[in-house]
Design a binder for this molecule. Structure first.
Ligand SMILES: Nc1ncnc2c1ncn2[C@@H]1O[C@H](COP(=O)(O)OP(=O)(O)OP(=O)(O)O)[C@@H](O)[C@H]1O
Ligand SMILES: [Mg+2]
Length: 218
């Protein structure tokens, strides 16, 4: 399977994290590392959570795992992110999901280990290792350019800044207003291998059957 890089963007609450969860599931990846920057309730059902770094590292050496690192608010997030990316690189053959990417990268500044994962991770160690990368952030210009440029898929919900909507719309040949006015959970997506954008609405399958309406008395 090709190691893909994908990016989800959009204002808060537009469905980025929810879409990433569906992406992870659809990928069928048996080895998943998650960077849970804000200890997101929405990620609570994604693998096992680790606040302890050593335990997280141990989990990521297993043949199969979905391990979610709860970024420590008491330590420098940049140092933690560098360690997270180095671990992903060392282990290889996994999907790494970085939520809230803008907290650890800037448009013109990618941490070295992240840059290596992004630029070289498609295939390395004589083709024996690869990294699939998934990241989410509210604004594209807050994310490092080499990641954006390397993405196979860019998935956008409503963009709150007019300049963000203009930029993406110009790249995609659509009207900025469309990106600026998408309702929550509505999205527009561009795949590098497709000439046109796709549009859709995020939906959630119910695990349990819907609650039946109470019976009315005769
Ligand atoms: N399993 C679910 N079933 C129904 N609705 C859901 C489910 N998961 C998420 N949602 C809805 O999706 C909305 C978007 O949530 P999500 O956490 O994906 O936003 P986000 O774009 O990541 O926002 P933020 O930038 O604040 O992280 C939530 O407000 C919630 O209503
Ligand atoms: Mg989110």
């Amino acid at each position: 399977m090709k190691a893909l890089a994908a990016f989800a963007t959009g204002a808060r609450g537009t469905g980025k994290t929810a879409w990433c969860k569906q992406w992870i599931k659809a990928s069928g990846s048996k080895r998943v590392m998650v960077w849970d920057y804000k200890h997101d309730d929405g990620l609570s059902d994604v693998g096992k959570a680790y606040a302890d770094w050593a335990a997280f590292v141990a989990a990521c050496t297993r043949p199969q795992f979905t391990a979610r690192y709860l970024v420590s608010p008491d330590h420098d997030p940049h140092e933690q992110f560098e360690a997270f990316c180095r671990l992903a690189w060392r282990e290889g053959n996994l999907l790494m999901f970085v939520d809230e990417l803008a907290e650890v990268t800037k448009a013109n500044k990618a941490p070295p280990a992240w840059r290596k994962c992004v630029n070289v991770g498609r295939s390395y160690d004589n083709g024996t290792k690869s990294l699939s990368i998934l990241a989410a952030s509210q604004r594209p210009p807050e994310v490092d350019k080499s990641f954006l440029g390397n993405c196979d898929v860019i998935h956008a919900g409503r963009l709150g800044y007019a300049s963000d909507a203009r930029q993406l719309a110009a790249m995609w040949g659509i009207q900025p207003k469309e990106l600026a006015t998408l309702p929550d959970l509505h999205w527009i997506e561009k795949r590098a291998d497709a000439p046109e954008v796709a549009r859709g609405v995020l939906s959630f399958s119910r695990k349990k059957p819907a609650v039946k309406p109470a019976k009315t008395r005769p």
